[in-house]
Design a protein around this ligand. Structure first.
Ligand code: TTP
Ligand code: MG
Length: 395
């Protein structure tokens, strides 16, 4: 069984403020005076707004063009986390195992529970359980969830999306392929826009068509294509595993004003590296791959990555690599609207470096700064370069 909350952040906002119920709302960034930040992005939107073609990830200005009446509200993250915890504790009352995937979705494993939840005619089976979970979420958390019941994860996930919002879709065991066949390939998680276009060029539009491509033709495109091909038949495969376990920590920021000022951009990059470094040290990770993204004012987005010869969690080392990458990918004069930095390939063996002692000292220093910031608040200790951001960000 797979459960996904409907328009999650937006539904929580509507629950917190009943005046927003039934209205098109966009959850985006809001300034301290409650005014929308025009350069923000829609984190999510209520179903009333989706009718106008608004989607998550869309720039706010574009969403407001499509739906001028939409109300922009800010994020109350503590409330989302509280609601999410409540939802998954309701799931845990029924499911022996709850595998939470994100803040608003989880797989509920009901393997070997037929004796507790007998299928009809002996009992209501999993459909009845799904109804109880949905009712519990509605009554206790005040929002709606969509549920998909199927024997494989991939099918349950697609099924939970099938009748959103407030949906419940049941795919009997053995009918997975049949259920998926008429759906467009984009309904399969893992198929992005590029992949979709690529398959369309091959004349493959539905999951049934994808499943019917002969294996020899898919094989040549590699492991990822094989995984999607298997998923299109409703078979579970390892492809779900990396998505759950792939670790990458990244932070990005859209500037309040486009900028071509290298000092400002590097200071922003440094601030983001500080955030990423703090997060990975807290998790106890070390990573080898650094990637930097820059977005030009016309939304053209470029990204470079580099694998370091060793694994690190040291802000200084990440920053050094990030600075080189940024200078490689930015032309140096066209104003940028966003920079981002991320780390991945965690947990690889640490190769001894000639400068290990110096690295060790540096890392200890950064860990102490983390502790100070934890105690006295974010920004208690910041590199001097970041002071130039003072006017822009509340550091
Ligand atoms: P989703 O489950 O992708 O979306 P949703 O719950 O808003 O809508 P749906 O009914 O289609 O499931 O994401 C869950 C929450 O995660 C979403 O409410 C907001 C947040 N989110 C972001 O903050 N940024 C993003 O880019 C996306 C996609 C989601
Ligand atoms: Mg959702």
């Amino acid at each position: 069984m797979h459960l996904d909350l409907d328009a999650f952040f937006a539904s929580v906002e509507q629950k917190l403020n009943p005046l927003l119920k039934g209205k098109p709302i966009l959850v985006g960034r809001v300034d301290p005076h409650g005014r929308s930040v025009p350069r923000g992005v829609v984190a999510t939107c209520s179903y009333e707004a989706r009718r106008f073609g608004v989607k998550s990830g869309m720039p706010l200005f574009q969403a407001l063009k499509l739906c001028p009446r939409a109300i922009v509200v800010g994020g109350h993250y503590e409330e989302y986390i509280k609601a999410s915890d409540q939802v998954f504790s309701i799931c845990a009352r029924y499911a022996p195992e709850v595998e939470q995937i994100g803040i608003d979705e989880a797989f509920l494993d009901f393997s070997h529970t037929e004796w507790i939840y007998p299928e009809p005619p002996a009992g209501g089976g999993l459909i009845e359980i799904a109804r109880k979970i949905k009712e519990g979420v509605k009554r206790e958390v005040g929002i709606t969830a969509s549920v998909g019941i199927a024997a494989t994860k991939v099918c349950a996930k697609v099924a939970s999306d099938y009748q959103k919002p407030d949906g419940l879709t049941y795919v009997p065991a053995g009918r997975e392929k049949e259920f998926l066949a008429p759906l467009p390939i984009a309904d399969l998680p893992g198929i992005g826009r590029k992949m979709e276009e690529y398959f369309h060029r091959l004349g493959v539009k539905t999951l049934g068509e994808l499943a019917n491509v002969p294996f020899e033709k898919i094989e040549v495109y590699g492991k990822f294509a094989i995984n999607l091909w298997e998923a299109a038949s409703g078979v579970d495969n390892i492809w779900f595993v990396p998505r759950v376990e792939a670790k990458s920590v990244s932070h990005s920021e859209t500037f309040a004003k486009n900028s071509a000022d290298i000092k400002f951009i590097l200071a922003m990059l440094q601030k983001l590296v500080e955030e990423v470094g703090t997060e990975i040290r807290k998790e106890g990770y070390t990573g080898r791959c650094v990637h930097v993204t820059a977005r030009y004012r016309d939304f053209r987005t470029v990204s470079h990555q580099r694998v370091l010869p060793y694994s690190t969690s040291c802000t200084k080392e990440i920053y050094e690599a990030a600075e080189v990458l940024l200078k490689e990918l930015w032309d140096g004069y066209t104003p940028l609207r966003l920079v981002g930095i991320g780390m991945s390939q965690f947990g690889e063996t640490v190769q001894p470096s000639l400068f290990d002692e110096a690295r060790e000292k540096r890392l200890n220093l950064e860990k102490r700064i983390d502790q100070l910031c934890e105690k006295f608040g974010e920004g208690a200790v910041v590199p001097a370069a970041l002071i130039r951001l003072g006017k822009v960000k509340n550091l």
